[in-house]
Design a protein around this ligand. Structure first.
Ligand code: HPA
Length: 325
């Protein structure tokens, strides 16, 4: 008699790692010790979802800290807790629910990650970014990535939006990258370019949305970087980031975008500036997570509208069809 999870009626064994979960290189011959999910195991994750959903979304959304309420707007919702999806890690952060949400946003089918995985939770970068590959295998071609970030650019204010025009992969500078290890060409090439990471057409669509909503005063285009966290930055670190040309700093997104570009997804990303970084030794303000959550809560209505309109543009202007099953 199979054991059944009484919440969803799914057999418990779906969580048990299968033989092909990890792609182990032959340590004896190569000396490489690296593991990541194999194409086949990620396909198992995707198939779990494909077997249960009534849509075929081409647009994916990653909801950052406190930005999960973006999914409130969805109709005909279907939710899949990460713990039920084969091979998924589970989210451990307060304010992150931890589920895949499918549904329609203004009539367009979408697939949302409500809660993401962070490096500071203890997951390697490839594991933090694995849901992006699952999204790809479900059929997503366009990815909207959101995050909460600290503002470094003195022209920014708390509550502003920074559309990402580029990023600095600082963890990559230190030799840590989600694409490390053996490459599976079914996802993408060994050496993917990253100079056009943020799609120009999608950025132009965002410009239109910004104009329509009359929010030009609070929207900027800038450069994001991800640090490992979980601590916020020292004054000296922030001064270095400024010299590097960074406008906003957070603890996510970069490895997701690298993974998405590797498999040729079109990406648009933005940060909600939830706090201004304190890069002055005389300033006694301190960054804290409650402030991040409060600002996200305050801005959620505007952000929902912003994301819905971007989705509508992707559908209409870029001809991403409705893809109903
Ligand atoms: N630094 C890093 N990550 C963040 C910040 C910050 O100031 N604010 C929100 N996420």
């Amino acid at each position: 008699m199979p054991m059944v999870d009484d919440k969803n009626g799914h057999p418990l064994h779906v969580k048990r790692p299968s033989e092909n979960e990890f792609l182990h290189t032959n340590v004896k011959h190569t000396g490489i010790v690296h593991s990541s999910f194999s194409f086949e195991s990620l396909q198992e994750s995707a198939n779990y979802l494909l077997d249960r959903i009534s849509t075929r979304p081409k647009i994916g959304i990653i909801c950052g800290s406190g930005l999960g309420p973006i999914t409130d707007t969805l109709t005909q919702k279907q939710c899949f807790p990460y713990e039920d999806i084969p091979h998924f890690p589970s989210s451990t952060v307060k304010g992150h629910v931890g589920q895949m949400v499918f549904g329609y946003l203004h009539g367009v089918p979408v697939m949302c990650m409500q809660g993401r995985f962070h490096y500071y939770e203890g997951y390697p970068l490839w594991k933090c970014a694995m849901p992006v590959r699952v999204m790809k295998l479900v059929g997503v071609s366009h990815l909207i990535v959101t995050n909460a970030a600290g503002g470094l650019n003195p022209n920014y204010n708390v509550g502003d939006i920074m559309l990402m025009k580029d990023h600095v992969n600082l963890m990559g500078f230190a030799g840590n990258n989600p694409l490390q290890g053996p490459n599976d060409d079914r996802f993408g090439p060994r050496f993917p370019p990253m100079n056009r990471a943020y799609n120009k057409q999608l950025l132009a669509a965002c410009d239109k949305v910004v104009n329509e909503m009359g929010i030009q005063d609070i929207v900027h285009k800038g450069v994001y970087t991800c640090l490992g966290g979980p601590n916020y930055e020292t004054v000296a670190e922030l001064k270095v980031l400024k010299i590097l040309g960074v406008d906003a700093v957070g603890m996510s997104t970069v490895h997701e975008v690298i993974t998405a570009r590797h498999c040729e997804m079109k990406v648009v990303a933005f940060s909600l500036i939830t706090n201004m970084c304190v890069d002055d030794y005389e300033d006694h303000m301190e960054a804290n997570h409650n402030e991040v959550m409060e600002v996200s809560e305050r801005m959620k209505g505007l952000l929902k509208e912003f994301v819905s309109r971007i989705v509508a543009y992707i559908k209409e202007e870029l001809n991403v069809d409705d893809a109903t099953k």
